[in-house]
Design a protein around this ligand. Structure first.
Ligand SMILES: *Cc1c(COP(=O)(O)O)cnc(C)c1O
Length: 457
C-alpha cells in the first residue's frame, strides 16, 4: 500500500472503528497527580466523587492502570451515526502554501453540535442513564459542549440543564436555540439562580462570566437536586479517555498507508481533543516504541501552559470542586472576552500537564488576529469554515509547513480540526471589519490571579 497515492480523505470501515478507548495514564510511569479534597487535601475517594459525578465515570476518572476500556455497544452504535470522521490530506493547502510538508487533519465537525465534544457527551449521558438518573447539569463556554450534551441527553431521554457563560449566551443566540431544540434548559452564567452565581455577581458586577463560574453554578445545582449529577466536557481524565476515539481512528487510518507523522498539533482549552488525538501516539512514545513532536496551541489571552504554573488549583471559581494539579493561571483568572470561547479555561487537563512537565510535549500560544488570518486562509483553500478554537491548530500547522518550505524538509504534519465555526460569525465579522484586538494579560494580571492559588502547606 505504501507507495499508492494517498486519497484526499482516508475513511475507515465501520469494522475498523475502535472497540475500546485507550487510557494514556496506564503507560505513564509517573502518573498525573490525584484530585484532592479541598478541605482535607487528601486524594478524593470514589464515594466523595460520586456525590457529583456518575459512578462509572468516577471509576474511569480514578483508573490510571487499565490501558484499554471497552466502549459499550450502545455508545458504539451512536458513534456510527457520525463516525468514523475523515482524516483529510490537505493537498490544496499544501499546494497553496508551496510547502514540501505533508499535511493531514482529522475533521471532527461533521455532526450537528459541530465539534468533537459529542464523543464524550454521548458516553457521559449513557452512564448517567445506566445509573437511573433523571438528568445532568453542566456548563458551556462557546456552546459546543452544551449542544453536544443536549443531543446526547435527548437521545437517552435525560433532562439537561446548561449554564452558559454570559458573553457567549449574548454573542451566540442561535447556539442557545440549538440546545433548546434538543430539549435543554439554558441559563446565562453567572446567574441569580444559584448562591455562587449571586456571590460572583456581587463581587464582579457586570462580569461576562467564565467557565470557572459556570462550573460552580452547575455543580451547585447537581449536588442540590435529587437524581442529578454534574458532567464536564473537558479537562477530566474520563473526557480524555472518551476522546481517544479521535486518535485511535487517526492512527488506524495512517497505519493503513504506512504514514508516520513527525508532528501532531492540536488546540488546547482544557485539553480533551488534544489528549484524545495524541493518545495512541503518546502511548508509543511512553513505551519507547516511537517518537513524535506533539504541540499544544493555546490563545495568548489565556496561556495556561506557556505562562501558567504547575500547581494544585481549584477547577472552578466558586472553589467547590476538587483541587487538581495542573498548569493554571489561577481559578480567579477571567480571560478577556476573546472569540475562542472553548479555549477560555484557566487550567489544563492534569494528564497533559504532567506530560508537559515531563517534556513529552510542547506548547505555543498564538494571537487571536493571527488565528483568524489562518482561519480565513484555510476556509478559502480547504473549503471548511473552521471554529476559532480549531483555527489555533491551523495557525501552527501552517507555520510549521512554512518552516518546511524554508528548509525543504518533507515533514508529515497531523493536526486536529475540532469543529466548524458557523456560530462564530460575529467573530469573523469583527475580524473582517478590522475590529478584532489582541488582549494579552500582563504579568501583573497573572500575578493577581496566581496569588489566590490554594495554600498547600
Ligand atoms: C471545546 C472546544 C475545544 C477545546 O476544548 P478541549 O477540551 O481543549 O479540546 C476546541 N475546539 C472546539 C471546536 C471546541 O468546541
Amino acid at each position: 500500500m505504501k507507495n499508492e497515492k494517498i486519497p484526499y480523505k482516508i475513511y475507515l470501515q465501520e469494522s475498523e472503528m475502535p472497540k475500546s478507548w485507550y487510557n494514556m495514564r496506564a503507560d505513564m510511569k509517573k502518573k498525573p497527580a490525584p484530585l484532592l479534597n479541598p478541605g482535607t487535601k487528601e486524594p478524593m475517594k470514589a464515594e466523595e466523587l460520586s456525590a457529583v459525578f456518575c459512578d462509572e465515570l468516577v471509576a474511569q476518572e480514578l483508573d490510571d492502570t487499565t490501558p484499554y476500556i471497552e466502549i459499550p455497544e450502545e455508545i458504539r452504535g451512536f458513534y456510527k451515526m457520525y463516525r468514523p470522521s475523515p482524516l483529510v490530506r490537505a493537498y490544496c493547502l499544501e499546494e497553496k502554501l508551496g510547502t514540501p510538508a505533508k499535511i493531514y487533519y482529522k475533521f471532527e465537525g461533521n455532526n450537528t453540535s459541530g465539534s468533537h465534544k459529542l464523543n464524550s457527551a454521548i458516553a457521559q449521558a449513557y452512564y448517567a442513564k445506566k445509573q437511573g438518573l433523571k438528568g445532568v447539569t453542566t456548563e458551556t463556554g462557546a456552546g459546543q459542549w452544551g449542544t453536544a450534551l443536549s443531543m446526547a441527553c435527548s437521545y437517552f431521554g435525560l433532562d439537561c440543564k446548561v449554564f452558559m457563560v454570559k458573553c457567549s449566551y449574548e454573542q451566540k443566540p442561535f447556539r442557545r436555540e440549538v440546545m433548546r431544540t434538543y430539549g435543554a434548559t439554558v441559563t446565562p452564567s453567572p446567574s441569580e439562580t444559584t448562591n455562587i452565581g449571586k456571590k460572583i455577581l456581587a463581587e464582579h458586577p457586570g462580569t461576562t462570566g467564565s467557565l470557572g463560574c459556570a462550573i460552580s453554578e452547575a455543580v451547585e445545582v447537581a449536588v442540590g437536586s435529587e437524581g442529578y449529577r454534574y458532567v464536564l466536557g473537558s479537562v477530566l481524565n474520563q473526557v480524555l479517555l472518551h476522546q481517544s476515539v479521535i486518535g485511535l481512528e487517526t492512527k488506524t487510518a495512517l497505519d493503513k498507508y504506512g504514514i508516520k507523522p513527525d508532528m501532531i498539533i492540536g488546540c488546547a482549552g482544557g485539553g480533551s481533543n488534544l489528549g484524545g488525538l495524541i493518545a495512541p501516539f503518546m502511548g508509543e512514545k511512553l513505551r519507547g516504541e516511537a517518537d513524535y513532536r506533539i504541540i499544544a496551541v493555546e490563545p495568548a489571552s489565556c496561556p495556561s501552559f506557556t505562562r501558567g504554573i504547575y500547581a494544585y488549583d481549584f477547577c472552578d471559581t466558586g472553589m467547590v470542586c476538587p483541587l487538581a494539579k495542573m498548569y493554571t493561571l489561577g481559578s480567579d483568572f477571567i480571560p478577556s472576552a476573546n472569540h475562542a470561547g472553548g479555549l477560555r479555561y484557566h487550567g489544563m487537563s492534569s494528564t497533559l500537564s504532567e506530560l508537559y512537565d515531563q517534556k513529552l510535549m510542547e506548547a505555543v500560544s498564538v494571537k487571536q488576529t493571527d488565528v483568524f488570518e489562518a482561519a480565513e486562509y484555510f476556509a478559502r483553500v480547504e473549503g471548511i469554515l473552521p471554529a476559532p478554537e480549531s483555527s489555533h491548530a491551523i495557525r501552527v500547522a501552517i507555520d510549521e509547513a512554512l518552516k518546511c518550505k524554508a528548509t525543504g524538509e518533507e515533514k508529515t504534519i497531523v493536526f486536529g480540526l475540532t469543529g466548524t465555526g458557523y456560530f462564530d460569525m460575529v467573530a469573523y465579522e469583527k475580524f473582517h471589519d478590522g475590529e478584532m484586538s489582541d488582549t494579552i494579560p500582563t504579568d501583573e494580571d497573572l500575578a493577581v490571579a496566581r496569588a489566590k492559588l490554594p495554600n498547600m502547606d
